[in-house]
Design a protein around this ligand. Structure first.
Ligand code: GAP
Length: 446
């Protein structure tokens, strides 16, 4: 697959083009738009929902399905405050908040200089810590005993279930617990489309290791995770690994590296890989009174594993993949927009397109669609001229189009068109599912 961008230069025009495409084609809509929306909150449309699912599945495939040392869980979003007390989030999950006394706008102190980015006034309040967790109440009474928090990360669900998983799966370190799911952060300055939102989806894995092996597993997961983005079509030159400075480290981390992506505004975080040491298991052991340890029968030793955590944002990854895939070229003298998405990531794998709406073609086209739908996510489109329909599929990244024409009724074959090369080959209908699977799998095993 040809990478869409070959030079590591941020491209602000790309951002507008992708945001525009997302709205126009139904990837992402402003949430509750008919009521004026709600700031920096988005709904994922038909194509966005399909693509999110594909990104999540691709992560799951490499982090859970293709491994025998990682098991999944699916923990609750509403969480007991004691979890966040033990994890340090109640005390330390804060950003420094400043108010502009002139225009009343609020900012993250670490993201601005000494003047308000909106009005330029230097009359700013002292920075004060602002906790990013969303608080709510469970049941009808809004008192402190009923308080609960929406999780700001999925990680804690895996720490508090450490013993449950150990006992029910008989895994032993090194092993991991993985989950994907929504997380909520009351960000002071959300923005850049779905890059930073208050509600987003995460894909996290906690890998429990003997403490002496933590450093080498940290290196291992940095490499694995960087490779994963490349495997799913993000060009190498748009990715880099950056080690955190001491001053940037989260309250739980002994070392963190970010997988960074070249966004249209410059390099920024895509995923964090942290060595969380035994901070979480130790703290939950102390707060809950339940020892979260592993008993090594060979050495007869009880110990608290260290944790290496690759933590990725699903919604942010989707945006990065769209930015990386966006391309324009000229086909048969006509401009086209094409999303060169990896076939496993593209919302649809195949589009079935009868050459015309004529009744004679519809039954065969629908029959082919039904057969393909059992194995692939398919689109079906019979409106407009075929050239226009190819462009529409190119623009949403559909890797293959199957065209059913009048010859198909005679020769039992259809045309398969490739999104990237626009090459067309004739394939017997009986061989179609196998041919398509081969083309999609070939990309996967690249
Ligand atoms: N458990 C570790 C943890 O939560 P993080 O770096 O705060 O680490 C992990 O978050 C990933 O989640 C980030 O790399 C980013 O991709 C995504 N993420 C974090 N905050 C986000 C937000 N407000 N909006 C969208 N994605 C976010």
């Amino acid at each position: 697959m040809k990478p869409a961008v070959t030079s590591p230069t941020p491209d602000p025009a790309l951002f507008d083009a992708v945001v525009n495409l997302c709205k126009r084609r139904g990837f992402v809509f402003p949430s509750a738009e008919i009521y004026g929306g709600i700031r920096s909150t988005y709904d994922y449309g038909p194509l966005g929902a399909l693509m999110l699912r594909n990104v999540r599945d691709a992560w799951w495939r490499s982090m859970v399905q293709e491994r025998d040392d990682v098991v999944p869980i699916d923990a609750a979003v509403l969480t007991n405050p004691k979890v966040w007390e033990a994890s340090g989030h109640l005390a330390a999950f804060t950003d420094p908040l400043v108010d502009c006394r002139n225009c009343k706008e609020r900012w993250r102190a670490d993201q601005i200089g000494d003047s308000c980015p909106k009005c330029g006034s230097k009359d700013l309040t002292e920075a004060r810590p602002f906790n990013l967790m969303f608080k709510t109440f469970v049941g009808p009474v809004e008192d402190s005993a009923a308080a609960a928090y929406l999780r700001p990360e999925t990680a804690q669900g895996m720490f508090v279930n450490f013993l449950n998983v150990l006992q029910t799966t008989r895994k032993r370190p090194p092993f991991g617990i993985a989950q994907t799911g929504r997380a909520f952060r009351n960000e002071i300055t959300p923005g850049n489309f779905v890059f930073r939102t208050r509600e987003f989806e995460m894909m996290e894995m906690e890998y429990f290791v003997p403490p002496a092996e933590a450093a080498s597993w940290f290196e291992y997961w940095c490499t694995e995770r960087l490779d994963w983005y490349e495997r799913y079509g993000v060009p190498k030159e748009m990715l880099r690994l950056r080690q955190h400075e001491e001053s940037e480290l989260s309250h739980y981390s002994a070392g963190t590296a970010d997988v960074e992506f070249l966004y249209p505004w410059g390099w920024g975080e895509l995923e964090g890989i942290a060595n969380r040491t035994d901070f979480d298991l130790r703290s939950h052991s102390e707060h809950s009174g339940t020892k979260l340890e592993y008993f090594d029968q060979t050495s007869g030793e009880h110990y608290m594993p260290y944790v290496i955590e690759p933590a990725a944002g699903l919604t942010r990854t989707m945006m990065a993949m769209l930015l990386a895939a966006y391309d324009t070229d000229v086909v048969a003298g006509e401009d086209r927009t094409v999303l060169r998405l990896h076939p496993r990531i593209a919302p649809y794998s195949v589009a079935v397109l009868p050459l015309s709406k004529k009744e004679t073609l519809t039954p065969l086209a629908k029959k082919i669609l039904r057969t393909l739908q059992r194995r692939f996510v398919c689109d079906y489109d019979e409106t407009q001229a075929i050239g226009r329909r190819y462009r529409r599929q190119d623009e949403i990244g559909t890797p293959l189009c199957v065209t059913v024409d009048f010859d198909s009724l005679e020769d039992g074959a259809v045309t398969v068109r490739d999104r990237d090369s626009t090459e067309q080959v004739r394939v017997p209908i009986g061989q179609l599912p196998g041919t398509i699977a081969e083309r999609l799998e070939a990309e996967l095993d690249r």
